[in-house]
Design a protein around this ligand. Structure first.
Ligand code: COI
Length: 359
C-alpha cells in the first residue's frame, strides 16, 4: 500500500511485520527491522526514486561492479531511546559529511548531506516501534552505497543504489564493557598514506579479517594496527580509534589520512577538552607505549567507536612483551567517557554540544 510522500520519499508499508526480539538478549547486527530505504542513481539522471519499502533481499546483476571491484561505502550510527520515552539520533551530520569524503575517494556521486539525514529520519520514523528500551541497546542505522552497473571494465560505475537498513542492537562485544585483550599486529597493516584508511569502505574491513582471525586464534579480542610504512606508530584498534592515557595525558593518533575520523573519537576529544584533560593528537610508537608501561606511567587504554562506544583494553601483547592495564579493570576516564557519551545519547545528561537530533 502506497502512502503519501514524506520528504519526497514514497513509503510502502510492510504488510507482514515481524515479531520484535527480546531487547535483553540483543547481540549486534543480526536482526533487521521491517523496512529499508532505497535511492537509485543513473548517470545523466542523478539520484532518483527515493522510497521506503518492506525489508527484503535485493536483486542485482552478477556483473554489478560492486561484486568485482568493491566500489562500496557504508556508515554506522545509532538512534537511542531516551529516559523520557523519546528517540534521538547521535550526530548524523558527522556521518553525512564523512559520506561525502568517502564518496569522493571512491568516485561515487555525492548525496546531498541534508537529504541523507532526512532519509534516515524518515526510515527510523516508519520503524520507530523497533527501538529497544533496555539499558545498552539502540537502533543501529547502516546506510551504504553500492555500484550496480553490470560492467566488467575498471572505471567508476554509472549506476548505484543508496540503501539504509536498521538493526536493533545490544553490545558489540559479548562482554559489554569488560576490558578486551588486544594483540599488536606487526605483520599485516590496515592503511597506507595515500590509501583509503580515512574512508569508510567495505574493502578496509575485508582486508582486516585475516588479522582479526589471527588474534582470535591466539585468544585475543582484536588487533592494534601499526602504521603501514614502518610498523612502528600506533594507529587504531580493530574497527575503532585508540586512546592511551600516559602520565596523565591522553594520546591518540592524528587524522593524517590513514586514521578513520570517528564520530565517537571526535566526541571523546570534545568531552576531554571540556573537562580540562590534556590531550595530544600526535604520532607515538608502540615502543613508547610499552616503555611508558614499564615506567609505571600508562594508566588506561581504550578504543572508541559507534558500535562499542568506549571499549576499555585490559591487556596488550606485542611480540614477546605483554602488559596488563589497570589490573585488567575499566579505568576511571574510560568509565567517565562512557557515562558521558551514553548519558547524552540517552538524555540522562544535558546535550550541551547540540549533538542529538530528536526523532
Ligand atoms: C564502529 O564502531 O564505528 C564501527 O565502524 C563498527 C562497525 C564496522 C561494526
Amino acid at each position: 500500500m502506497e502512502t503519501p510522500m514524506k520528504y519526497g520519499i514514497s513509503i510502502t508499508k510492510n504488510p507482514n511485520p515481524k515479531a520484535k526480539p527480546d531487547p535483553a538478549s540483543l547481540g549486534f547486527g543480526d536482526v533487521f527491522t521491517d523496512h529499508m530505504f532505497i535511492l537509485d542513481y543513473d548517470e545523466g539522471e542523478g539520484w532518483h526514486d527515493a522510497r521506503i519499502e518492506p525489508y527484503a533481499p535485493i536483486c542485482l546483476d552478477p556483473a554489478a561492479a560492486v561484486f568485482h571491484y568493491a566500489q562500496e561505502m557504508f556508515e554506522g550510527l545509532k538512534a537511542y531511546r531516551t529516559v523520557d520515552g523519546g528517540l534521538k539520533l547521535f550526530r548524523p551530520d558527522m556521518n553525512a559529511k564523512r559520506t561525502t569524503r568517502t564518496s569522493d575517494r571512491l568516485c561515487i556521486p555525492r548525496i546531498d548531506e541534508g537529504f541523507y539525514v532526512d532519509a534516515m529520519r524518515a526510515l527510523i520514523d516508519v520503524d520507530r516501534d523497533w527501538a529497544p528500551d533496555y539499558d545498552g541497546t539502540s537502533l543501529y542505522i547502516r546506510p551504504f552505497v553500492i555500484a550496480t552497473e553490470p560492467f566488467l571494465g575498471v572505471r567508476p560505475s554509472r549506476q548505484y543504489k543508496f540503501i539504509i537498513i536498521i538493526s536493533p542492537v545490544g553490545p558489540y562485544y559479548k562482554g559489554g564493557l569488560a576490558p578486551t585483550r588486544i594483540f599488536v599486529e606487526d605483520e599485516y597493516t590496515r592503511a597506507a598514506l595515500g590509501g583509503t584508511g580515512y574512508a569508510k569502505i567495505g574493502g578496509n574491513y575485508a582486508a582486516s579479517l585475516k588479522s582479526q582471525m589471527k588474534a582470535h586464534a591466539l585468544g585475543f579480542t582484536q588487533v592494534l594496527w601499526l602504521d603501514g610504512a614502518e610498523r612502528k606508530y600506533v594507529e587504531e584498534i580493530g574497527t575503532s580509534n585508540a586512546f592511551f592515557v600516559m602520565d596523565g595525558e591522553v594520546l591518540t593518533a592524528p587524522l593524517g589520512g590513514t586514521i578513520l575520523p570517528g564520530v565517537t573519537r571526535d566526541s571523546v576529544l570534545t568531552l576531554l577538552d571540556g573537562w580540562g584533560v590534556p590531550v595530544k593528537e600526535e604520532r607515538f610508537t608502540i615502543e613508547e607505549v610499552f616503555d611508558s608501561y614499564d615506567a609505571g606511567e600508562l594508566s588506561e587504554v581504550f578504543a572508541s567507536g559507534t558500535a562499542a562506544v568506549i571499549s576499555p583494553v585490559g591487556e596488550l601483547r606485542w611480540k614477546d612483551r605483554s602488559m596488563v592495564i589497570n589490573d585488567g579493570k575499566i579505568g576511571d576516564l574510560s568509565q567517565r567517557l562512557y557515562d558521558g557519551i551514553t548519558g547524552i545519547q540517552s538524555g540522562r545528561l544535558p546535550d550541551t554540544y547540540g549533538w542529538t537530533v530528536d526523532l
